[in-house]
Design a protein around this ligand. Structure first.
Ligand code: KIV
Length: 263
């Protein structure tokens, strides 16, 4: 039986930190589960770390569905979230519903969408039809060209205030979980305390309800310079499962992220 969304929310309410990782295949899914990871995210980051593109934009719905099926086959207990790729939900709520239905049929229990206030009607449309939604605020990689690069978000008082409004509005529209990417740690802590659903940070500091990293980043196998918020958990580990166990332990104890991983 997989971890349910209410059970995840209960963990967060009781102060247990949530350990989430991206996952794209069955072997990693089984290894992560054995290491105690709570949530597996079939992220569109697969476009960069698996397919070798320089952004997440080329990932198709068909590819996301394929990797969700692979991940679902390798795991039984973790909550499974599937990203909706670029171009598969932005046009209308109906388009988002059709794409979500494919990702859910492939094994996901929840879908993740990037965006703020413009996404509210879609979130409401999906959740009223039984599709749990995870929001994603802060750095939204699908908007990299509009943002002009992978930059920290929410740094000005105006941007921080807009994000606070967006977060509350997304909760009101029905999201059950919120990913916060590359934002100041103080803002992420305020947001986490203000809203009624768990937050999962990636470059958002220790004040979130849980943490997520891209598996290839935390194993130190993605070529190139890593982001400030990444820690290589292979250093000091004797196996991949050992590295993932070290990640789970560091997240649960609050030892990761440390100040050097924060903005
Ligand atoms: O696609 C992804 O891996 C993500 C995480 C970085 C949160 O959205």
């Amino acid at each position: 039986m997989r971890l349910s969304i209410p059970a995840l929310a209960k963990k967060a309410r009781e102060g247990e930190k949530i350990a989430m990782l991206t996952c794209y295949d069955a072997s990693f899914a089984a290894t992560m589960e054995a290491a105690g990871v709570d949530v597996l995210l079939v992220g569109d980051s697969l476009g960069m770390v698996v397919q070798g593109h320089d952004s997440t934009l080329p990932v198709t719905l068909e590819q996301l569905v394929y990797h969700t099926r692979c991940t679902a086959r390798g795991s039984q207990q973790a909550l499974l979230i599937g990203d909706l790729p670029f171009g598969s939900y932005q046009a209308s709520a109906e388009q988002a519903y059709r794409s979500s239905a494919e990702v859910m049929a492939a094994g996901a229990q929840m879908v993740k969408l990037e965006g703020g206030d413009w996404l509210l009607p879609t979130v409401e449309f999906l959740t009223r039809r039984g599709i749990p939604v995870c929001g994603h605020l802060g750095l939204q990689p699908q908007s990299v060209h509009q943002l002009g690069g992978y930059r920290v978000q929410g740094k000005t008082p105006e941007a921080a205030q807009q994000m606070q409004k967006d977060a509350q509005a997304l909760v009101d529209a029905g999201i059950g979980l919120l990913v916060l990417e590359a934002i100041p740690a103080t803002l992420a802590t305020q947001l986490t305390q203000a809203i009624s659903v768990p937050t999962i940070g990636i470059g958002a500091g220790p004040g979130c309800s849980g943490q997520v990293l891209v598996i290839h980043d935390m194993l130190g196998i993605y070529p190139g310079k890593s982001a400030r918020f990444v820690r290589n958990f292979m250093l000091g580990a004797s196996s991949i499962q050992g590295a993932i166990e070290a990640y789970v332990k560091a997240v649960k104890s609050g030892e990761f992220p440390a100040p050097e991983h924060c903005f």
